[in-house]
Every structure is written in C-alpha cells, then in structure tokens.
Design a protein around this ligand. Structure first.
Ligand SMILES: Nc1ncnc2c1ncn2[C@@H]1O[C@H](COP(=O)(O)OP(=O)(O)OP(=O)(O)O)[C@@H](O)[C@H]1O
Ligand SMILES: [Mg+2]
Length: 268
C-alpha cells in the first residue's frame, strides 16, 4: 500500500504540506485536485522519495519509506512517477535510450526492454517521432515520452502529475485508455490534474487539497456536488456534475454515458 501519515513538508519557513493523511491503496484510481500552489507536485515528490517530509511519513507496504539508495531503487520499481515537467525526467537525447534507462538500471534483458519500449511508445502514440532528438520535440511530445518512460516499469502504482497538460484531445483520450489498462492489470493510479472533467471521469476517489491540507475526500460525484467547498478550493465542478446539480439530469460518469442516457430518454 501507498499512503501518507501526518505528512508535513516545508521548503522554507511556511509548511507546504500540513499533516496529510492519505491512502492511495483503497481505490484503483485516486484523483488529486486543488488550485495552483496547493501542494500537489510537492506531494508527488514526497511520494516518490525525491523530497523527504520533516514530520510524519510516506508509508509504503505499511512501513515508512527507506531513503537509502537501495530502498529508493526498490520503491521506484513499484511506484513510477510522471512529473509535471517532462524536462525533469528526460536525461538522454534519444527517446529509446531514455525510456530504456530505468530498465537497464534494473538489469532487465535487452529483448524484454525492446518489447516494453516498443509497446509503451505505441500506447502514447509516439512511434512516428521516435527517431527525433528529444530536444527538438514539442512539449506535448516530450510529455508522451515521459509517460512512456513510466509505463515501461509496469509498476504497482503509477503517479501522474498533470499528465494531460499540453496534450491534444487525442492525447487526453489515450491517457484515459492507458489508465483503464493499468487498472485492468490490477495496478493503482494517482493522478493530479486541473482538468476537472478528466479527474471526475477516471477517479474512484478524490482528495481536494487547499493550501497543503485536505479540504474534502470521497467519491467524486459526492465531493464535486459540494458547490461551496469546490469554489472555496478555487475549483469548478465537472460539467457532468453541474448538469445533474443545476438541471436535475442523471449523474453520469462519462460523456458517452450521458449522451446514451439522454437518447434513451428521447432528447434529440
Ligand atoms: N523548490 C521550491 N522552493 C520553495 N518553494 C517551493 C518550491 N517548489 C514549490 N514551492 C512552493 O510550494 C507551494 C506548492 O507548490 P506545488 O508546485 O507543490 O503546487 P501545485 O499544487 O503542484 O501547483 P500547480 O497546480 O501550479 O502545479 C507553492 O507555494 C510553491 O511556490
Ligand atoms: Mg504542480
């Protein structure tokens, strides 16, 4: 399991994360939402062991994280992270080497590496720019490479910090498919995004963060229906929740479900 227990983190004097009690093991997909600067990326860096809390702990398999080199290597085989800024995790100039890097580090056989890299590049639709030097890629293309780099690890937990920021609509749809695939394999996803509709659609549970604290937690349909709370957090409800709350239309999880149910009701 991956969780936090009374996690406090500060960069300077003011704490950025304040006593967070989070559990990402209860549901397949946990969404994290909150305004700019509320601490989402700081939390992801704590979860992956890049930053270390001053108080409290990140719990992995029931124990506080082991920050030794060996401990972190073991953690990162099981907990793969796609950071908000793709430049933060791309080290090589060629895509194949970059994505294969972590697997080579783990001593995975070359044939298996080639198979996994190829599969991941197909999943993120990056095959057509695979041979281009990374520094010439667009932001969205780099983002796809960073996502592929995490997917090849086939980790138990995939942490996605703003995975669709800068992605076009097809990239966004592919991300939803990728998340479904990961869940179907029995793994967990933790995802942050300002795309509230995306979070609503893919998450089984959400945490609303506000200035480093949890403002609300629970099922997305229930949490996002709390209008004042959502506004207080600097957010806006997903449009499917608004249609339900404002017009009394059925609460649907996806756009496709909504339009299907509307057609069944005879609304053309
Ligand atoms: N390296 C740093 N040193 C000092 N303060 C930092 C550092 N990184 C982030 N902060 C501060 O910590 C707070 C939380 O930042 P963080 O990046 O975690 O927010 P976020 O929720 O990811 O925001 P966004 O939605 O814009 O990605 C902000 O006030 C930010 O200014
Ligand atoms: Mg962030």
């Amino acid at each position: 399991m991956l969780a936090t227990h009374d996690l406090w983190f500060r960069y300077q004097d003011e704490p950025t994360l304040k006593g967070l009690m989070l559990d990402f093991s209860r549901q397949a997909v946990t969404g994290l939402v909150g305004a700019n600067g509320c601490g989402k990326s700081t939390l992801f860096m704590n979860l992956s062991g890049l930053l270390r809390p001053q108080q409290g702990a990140v719990l992995w398999q029931g124990k506080a994280l082991d920050y030794s080199k060996r401990g972190l290597l073991a953690l990162r085989q099981q907990v793969a992270t796609v950071f908000q800024d793709p430049d933060q995790q791309i080290f090589y100039t060629d895509i194949d080497s970059d994505i294969a890097f972590s697997l080579r580090n783990l001593g995975v056989a070359e044939e298996e590496i080639a198979r996994r890299v190829d599969e991941a590049l197909t999943l993120v639709d990056a095959q057509h720019f695979r041979k281009q030097p990374i520094q010439y890629l667009s932001h969205g293309q780099k983002k796809r490479v960073a996502i592929a780099g995490a997917l090849v690890l086939q980790a138990r937990y995939l942490l996605l910090d703003e995975p669709t920021a800068g992605l076009d609509p097809s990239g966004r749809a592919q991300m939803i498919d990728i998340i479904k695939r990961i869940v179907a394999q029995g793994n967990h996803v933790v995802i942050s995004s300002h795309d509230i509709d995306l979070i609503y659609e893919v998450s089984d549970a959400v945490y609303v963060l506000h200035r480093g604290e949890v403002l609300a937690a629970g099922a997305p349909g229930e949490v996002f229906a709390q209008r004042e709370l959502i506004e207080h957090a600097g957010l806006s409800a997903p449009w499917l929740v608004k249609l339900h709350a404002e017009l009394g239309l059925p609460l649907c999880k996806t756009e496709a479900e909504f339009f299907r149910r509307m057609r069944e009701k005879g609304i053309q």
